[in-house]
Design a protein around this ligand. Structure first.
Ligand code: TYM
Length: 382
């Protein structure tokens, strides 16, 4: 069941100020502690920034993934996206960390484009519209830089035949009460959405090895069900890395969402639009007047620009520490904090745009068509 206290985290809605510590106990996941970070460091060197900044804040079975790696059995990665008109910066977080794991451990990555889920859970878009979004979103995903030889991007409405035999077995092992209690389905939920989880769960069992899934914590209900039935079907329980949400510009509550444009920076936003949105909407922890800001300082803990810098846009720990301290003391003003974010975001987006252009010629290389996927699947099941 989605957590229902002051905040709410579920696959189709995230509301309120998320208390991540509380989620750890309610979702029965484990905090990413210094012990597991040190182990990761011993194996691959400095962990990704998201570990240092606690953006990856919880996990299940990361220790078993590392055991499997060290014993030579190996593992695979899986993540996904329900395609919408435009991807925003927050959507990239799980893809960044997935790529990092692929680079470090040289493993296969499967990326599910859940056009079916978007069609069934969203409003007003035809399946054709969503297929167009899928293409655009795939460009953004390829632009992250995955290894073309080890990455399979598949779109459910095309690839379903390859997942269906597994989905049928999963479907037989789960009942309506389980789906209801995990997803909160009610009498008016459409029948398509009732069945969709079988496909998201199936992709966690594409290889006879343990799967590691980096994703926002809102996706957890799927993984809880996968773990309930994995043994019975002869697969490993999937491991997860749970990420925090990048806040919407409008305040540190909920998650940045494509359906709320004033809170989101889309990957296709140009420099002027980025500046306009941040100047207009980015919630500030500063004081109402310049004098008061100089005297009392700002509050970085509620300031969205600071939060985005600390998630990923200021990778240097010392610089971030200095910004925090100077903002608190009143030396830096809210406008200056916004300027820093605008500059870094625009740098990032300009590189992304050019990589996205290059991705157009790579779609066929990455996309698992029936034939390609059949080849990949035979290899991996051998
Ligand atoms: P979707 O398309 O809503 O989101 C894609 C991924 O982005 C994460 N996410 C965010 N992360 C940080 N900050 C945000 N503001 C933010 N908003 C979204 C989501 O948690 C997700 O990891 N059902 C899925 C599609 C899917 C999938 C998967 C996701 C299919 N298979 C396997 C992860 C793993 C969905 O609707 O994601």
């Amino acid at each position: 069941m989605a957590v229902q206290s002051k905040f709410n985290v579920g696959p189709w809605k995230v509301q309120g100020k998320v208390d991540y510590q509380k989620l750890i106990s309610e979702f029965k996941v484990r905090a990413v502690d210094s012990k597991i970070k040190l182990r990761l460091q011993r194996i691959v060197g400095t962990p990704h920034l998201f570990f240092r900044r606690d953006v990856v804040f919880a996990h299940r079975d990361l220790d078993l993934i590392l055991d499997d790696y060290e014993s030579g059995r190996g593992f695979f990665l899986y993540t996904g996206r329900a395609p919408s008109m435009g991807m925003h910066v927050g959507h990239l977080l799980p893809f960044f960390i997935t790529k990092w794991f692929q680079d470090k451990f040289k493993v296969n990555v499967y990326i599910q484009i859940a056009d079916d889920e978007k069609f069934l859970s969203g409003k007003n878009y035809s399946l054709n519209d969503i297929r167009k979004f899928s293409y655009e979103n795939i460009l953004d995903i390829i632009a992250i830089g995955f290894d073309p030889d080890k990455t399979f991007i598949f779109q459910d409405s095309e690839f379903v035949a390859h997942l269906y035999p597994l989905a049928l077995r999963i479907g037989k092992s789960l009942n309506l009460s389980q789906l209801r209690s995990v997803f909160g389905f009610v009498g008016s939920t459409n029948a398509g959405l009732l069945a969709y989880p079988l496909l998201q769960i199936a992709a966690a069992m594409l290889e006879k090895r343990r799967c590691l899934i980096p994703a926002g914590i809102d996706q957890d209900p799927y993984w809880r069900l996968q773990r309930d039935i994995a043994d019975e079907l002869g697969f490993y329980k999937a491991a997860q890395l749970h990420l925090k949400f990048l806040a919407p510009l409008t305040g540190i509550e909920g998650k940045m969402s494509s359906s709320k444009p004033e809170g989101a920076i889309y990957l296709t936003d140009g420099p002027k639009e980025v500046k306009r949105k941040i100047m207009k909407y980015a919630f500030s922890g500063g004081q109402p007047t310049l004098d008061l800001q100089r005297k009392l300082g700002g509050d970085p803990d509620v300031d969205v620009s600071f939060s985005w810098l600390s998630f990923l846009f200021e990778p240097d720990d010392q610089t971030l520490g200095r910004i925090r301290q100077e903002y608190r003391s009143g030396k830096i003003l809210s406008g200056e904090l916004k300027d820093m974010l605008i500059a870094r975001l625009n740098d990032f987006l300009s590189v992304h745009r050019s990589r996205r252009d290059d991705a157009k010629s790579l779609v066929n290389t990455f996309k698992a068509t029936g034939e390609l996927s059949a080849k990949a699947l035979t290899t991996i099941h051998e």
